[in-house]
Design a protein around this ligand. Structure first.
Ligand SMILES: [Zn+2]
Length: 327
């Protein structure tokens, strides 16, 4: 490439059908091209196998093709961040980097996962078809996500701390809560302190608490999210490159706002208990907006577990179902 290169970062947006309507991956145009996150696969839920050319078209504009990607870095293994990974791996055989927690998670026996999810969801008061759906969804997510990012294809399992991502030196920061294994990467780009943030420090909204879904980690998800915000608050960041919403320079404000919103969500849920809602589905229903109740179930379940543990709610178990009351 000739002329003045203003930035080494190229943002690639993929359409998704939930707010804010896109997911972003970032091509770092360094000595060796690095792709951070692998976007969405448009046909992930079945449907026709038409190839999605979003990635190819964006790469072509920068003078690259799929086969040129030498390093693929995954922040967390959600479908909208690993969707195109199989195509990239097949075409480019890049060095693939992923958070170390994913290795064990993907190694999980599906029947064991199904059993834990069934137990946890039953105790949360989810029953009948909804219970079967919750179990099915957990099993399908595991199967799908690990087929998109096969553990055998990962070359480097990353822990928090200093990491070398090909030509890029970075500090990996463990930021659980949205996803239990999630790493964000602090690095130097174009003379700025840049955070490749995945789904943390999003400008439009706080990422939903999904953590490990309805698996046993739900109990620790809120604490995990707060720990992530503590770690982020200790960083100095000039510019955030997030998975959703715009690239922004409001890092401190957004991290503080996310903490306020998490505090407020716990207060709101405590308030729902005072209004007489006593179960996870009841609270989740009351909180659900456009995204539908199933996305709020893990958040409601984790929040109630947190309120219980911190003495803000009490639990009575009747017929194996946990009923929450204000403390
Ligand atoms: Zn995402």
């Amino acid at each position: 490439m000739s002329g003045t290169r203003l930035s080494s970062v190229r943002r690639i947006e993929f359409a998704v059908d939930w707010p804010p309507g896109h997911v972003a991956a970032y091509l770092l145009d360094l000595d060796e091209p690095v792709l951070v996150d692998a976007g969405m696969r448009s046909d992930y839920d079945g449907g026709d196998e038409h190839p999605d050319d979003t990635l190819d078209a964006a790469l072509a504009e920068t003078g690259y093709e799929l086969a040129d990607i030498e390093h693929l870095v995954v922040t967390h293994p959600h479908v909208d961040h690993v969707g195109q990974a199989p195509r990239i791996i097949e075409a480019a055989d890049p060095t693939v980097y992923a958070p170390v927690g994913v290795r064990e998670r993907f190694d999980r026996d599906v029947d064991a996962l199904a059993e834990r999810v069934r137990d946890n969801a039953s105790a949360a008061g989810i029953a009948g078809d909804q219970l079967d759906e919750a179990v099915e969804m957990a099993v399908e997510s595991l199967r799908r996500d690990r087929s998109l990012l096969p553990p055998d294809a990962v070359d480097e399992w990353l822990d928090s701390g200093p990491v070398e991502l090909g030509p890029l030196s970075a500090e990996a920061v463990h930021v659980p809560g949205h996803q239990a294994d999630h790493l964000a990467f602090l690095t130097d780009l174009d003379g700025e302190r840049a955070l490749l943030a995945g789904d943390m420090a999003l400008e439009p909204f706080r990422a939903v608490l999904l953590h490990d879904g309805l698996d046993d980690g739900y109990v620790d998800a809120v604490d995990g999210f707060y720990a992530a915000l503590d770690r982020l608050a200790d960083l100095e960041v000039d510019r955030v490159y997030p998975g959703h919403g715009p690239v922004h320079d409001q890092f401190d404000e957004v991290v503080e706002r996310d903490r306020d919103r998490l505090d407020a969500q716990l207060d709101r849920i405590e308030g729902k208990l005072s209004e007489g809602l006593r179960t996870v589905p009841g609270v989740a229903m009351a909180l659900a907006g456009d995204r539908g109740v199933r996305y709020m179930i893990p958040e409601a379940m984790s929040a109630l577990a947190h309120l219980e543990r911190t003495g803000r709610a009490t639990v009575t178990v009747e017929d194996g179902v946990r009923y929450y009351d204000p403390a």
